[in-house]
Design a protein around this ligand. Structure first.
Ligand SMILES: C[S@@+](CC[C@H](N)C(=O)[O-])C[C@H]1O[C@@H](n2cnc3c(N)ncnc32)[C@H](O)[C@@H]1O
Length: 391
């Protein structure tokens, strides 16, 4: 592909990503993979270059742009080499018209910025929300120790974590294939510590997805005890069992839940869990640095629906916890309506329950819990609270 054909390919991909964000369709990564499956003539250098153009364009636009071309023009506005590739030659994009306007750069839509401000995330922290994220791994002690990895740096307060140079081809490492390491953001590892998981416990990971936190819990439990991983999404949950097998996590049981009727298959767990970890579905405002196009998918209505689901899963958690046990409530969002406000509202509905004081290797106290932010902690953004049921 010529350099200008790569720019045109990026424009076409951005058009597909914009439409998918508007219609809640496939993720950008999936669309990029699909695009190149249909264009076998593109070599690995072309793929990498197009992907970089696409993500550079997405990263600098907080608001969903009107078209892929407007998004790429915003990139060209600050990069004369890209602007010069709008030459209309061969498969390249048409020359830039005199009255053509580029999409407006920004961190997030205006309505979202004001919610971040109301949630005490100051403007000085906004740029870090969309910077490139590092590649963090967790060493899985359920498998033999991995050999040293080139360029790996320790992460303060997390003896089981390492930060790898960006661009490390993790999937090619034997340690990854053997399940001795897992890709997991340091923030995700830190908030999981609030579960105080230990051998012999009975723990439910209620919103387990494909099991990122389930596997960390199994390792902390040393494969002793009972660990139930549930979710309402069949596709995500079905990825958990093979991952657990690879990681050597033998105590994990999975159960698919029916939305709205979750407790029907959880009768044997009512009032008996030492801990229910609720990594609730959320807006993901803390993970924009990994999924920058997620900003284009949000709306006030969508957040309202997520807040309602979070309230719902918290109530299910309350049914499962034994007297003296705890819910660990986690969201990868920085909005108070999903985090601190949601946890405070739970405490208001459940007299006697109390927020435990948490000591974690990073983060700052925020409402009844702790908040981690990319700007302050160099992790994804999270809110976590440990809500303890009276004995
Ligand atoms: C933030 S993701 C979980 C990520 C996962 N814990 C991890 O560490 O990789 C939230 C999950 O909640 C699930 N979910 C949504 N509604 C649910 C419900 N009513 N009960 C259980 N899980 C639900 C979603 O399908 C999604 O997989």
């Amino acid at each position: 592909m010529t350099p200008s054909a790569r720019v045109q390919a990026a424009i076409e991909l951005l058009d597909a990503i914009i439409a998918a964000a508007r219609d809640q369709g496939a993720a950008a990564d999936t669309l990029i993979a699909r695009y190149f499956t249909e264009r076998r003539y593109a070599g690995s250098k072309d793929r990498r270059a197009v992907r970089e153009l696409v993500y550079a364009a997405i990263r600098q636009l907080g608001e969903r742009p009107r078209s892929g071309r407007a998004a790429m023009l915003a990139l060209a506005a600050n990069d004369s080499e890209i602007a010069a590739l709008f030459d209309g030659v061969g498969h390249g994009p048409a020359p830039i018209g005199a009255s053509e306007t580029a999409a407006k750069p920004g961190v997030a839509p205006e309505w979202m910025l004001s919610r971040l401000e109301k949630s005490d995330v100051p403007g000085s922290e906004w740029p870090a929300l969309i910077e490139r994220a590092p590649l963090d791994i967790r060493i899985n002690w359920l498998q033999p120790a991995p050999p040293p990895i080139d360029g790996a740096e320790p992460i303060a307060g997390l003896p089981d974590a390492l930060r790898l140079p960006s661009g490390t081809n993790i999937e090619a490492l034997d340690a990854y294939k053997d399940g001795a390491i897992e890709v997991q953001d340091a923030g995700s590892q830190i908030v999981t510590l609030a579960a105080r998981a230990a051998p012999g416990m009975r723990i439910v990971d209620l919103c387990a997805g494909a099991g990122g936190k389930t596997l960390a819990l199994a390792a902390l439990m040393g494969n002793e005890g009972v660990l139930l991983a549930t979710d309402t999404d069949r596709a995500r949950l079905s990825r958990l069992a093979p991952r657990a097998a690879r990681a050597g996590a033998t105590i994990v049981e999975t159960r698919l839940l029916d939305p709205g009727r979750e407790l029907e298959v959880l009768g044997d767990w009512v009032g008996s869990a030492d801990c229910v970890l609720i990594d609730a579905p959320c807006s993901g405002t803390g993970t924009w640095r990994r999924n920058p196009e997620a900003r284009w998918r949000l709306s006030p209505d969508r957040i309202e629906r997520l807040v309602e689901t979070q309230r719902h899963v918290l109530e299910i958690g309350a049914e499962l916890v034994r007297p003296g046990g705890a819910i660990v409530y986690i969201v990868c969002s920085l909005l108070d309506e999903e985090g601190a406000g949601q946890a405070a509202a739970f405490l208001g509905r459940h007299p006697g329950w109390q927020a435990a004081s948490l000591t974690l290797p990073a983060g700052r106290a925020h409402g009844p819990g702790i908040r981690l932010t990319p700007g302050h902690d160099s992790t994804d953004g999270f809110f976590v609270a440990r809500l303890e049921r009276p004995c």
